[in-house]
Design a protein around this ligand. Sequence first.
Ligand code: EPU
Length: 428
Amino acid sequence: MQKILVEGGNLLKGKVKISGAKNSAVALLPAAILAESSVTIEGLPEISDVETLSDLLEEIGGKVSKSDQTITIDPSAMTSMPLPNGKVKKLRASYYFMGAMLGRFKQAVIGLPGGCYLGPRPIDQHIKGFEALGAKVTNEQGAIYLRADELRGARIYLDVPSVGATINIMLAAVRAKGKTIIENAAKEPEIIDVATLLTSMGAKIKGAGTDVIRIEGVDHLHGCRHTIIPDRIEAGTYTILAASQGEEVVIDNVIPQHLESLLAKLREMGVEIVEGEEQLTVRPGARLNSVDVKTLVYPGFPTDLQQPFTALLTKANGTGVITDTIYQARFKHIDELRRMNAQVKVEGGASIVTGAVKLEGAKVKASDLRAGAALIIAALMADGVTEITGVEHIDRGYERITEKLLALGANIWREEMSEQEVEQFQNS
Ligand code: EPU
């Protein structure tokens, strides 16, 4: 097990290249199950969630070959092998095996997914969708059993615009007989990316990226080649980091339109941002002012950036309130930031950050992926050295984060944890 160490204070300068989107990748890989020949995906991030999913594809008989950021999946020999335990528990996105295997084999057995603990994360809307398509769904000893004699298109209204449910229903519906309409669908860019892949495979999908998606089922889906979109959350994290501790940082390989809510908030704070076609140049203003933020579904402010944004607010003048309407318990980073002298309190689904505080290095623990990003940003601003454990959460979603930050001039490195530290970490 490793820990990340950061000596704060260096001003960051230079260019950072954003990787392919994690939350697209984790759906695109299972989507390949639906094809009858090889699917090649380019621009994949090298993160542990991608490793885990490609192992799972191999477990069900897929032939997977990888080189650099390209993966080719030959799904022709796959079977509907049950995946009740093991790696599926490692990440949330293993739930996409449900929709994809149901679409291809009309049956699947998948363990309940794991992933970051952000408070309750139900999958009732996924199940409601599968049932509407004609599947019988049961939960037996922690695994979901899905079976359908035939999948039939249906009209499905999502009670909440869930990213996972929207994608999962699309995965099954592309192989259902007849037309499916998903109403109150989520509109995140990753949904468009998955629809683009499925369309290249021969699926008929209209309206991805709006709140009504129409799918006409087809009998066959073929292999194809697809390039993944850039990771808007990784880009947002580096943009926040540049606003916190940058001199001038160029964020490269980004779709600025995907980050409009964040960029608007940063400009409101006094951060200077120049938008290019695929780049953002970020310069912190002379004075940062606090703002309030409320997370919302896309195109609102993303929940995945509220934790990193909290770290930035510790530097701004005034008090800022961050309300998370998507995950009301996504505040595990706050106790850790407090260890670093942040003045933050949590009250009913919101964190209240008193800014203009000098952070100090401390021993802290990343409880989840974006909490880890928040701690790294805080550590870059802090006096002294910060030791961050829970690095495996960070490596699930940020490709080569220490190397990218080193190249921007940060003083950051990894060390192996001693046996005693590992034991302390596991008991904490
Ligand atoms: N919800 C339900 N029922 C459901 C599904 C969701 O009530 O069946 C609720 C959730 O509890 C939550 C809201 O709906 O309050 C939105 O959840 P959603 O289903 O959209 O989230 P998800 O698909 O499980 C994805 C990302 C998350 C990101 C959320 C919100 C993946 C693998 N994960 O999760 O990403 O926070 O959308 O944008 O795509 C991360 O990258 O750090 C991360 C956690």
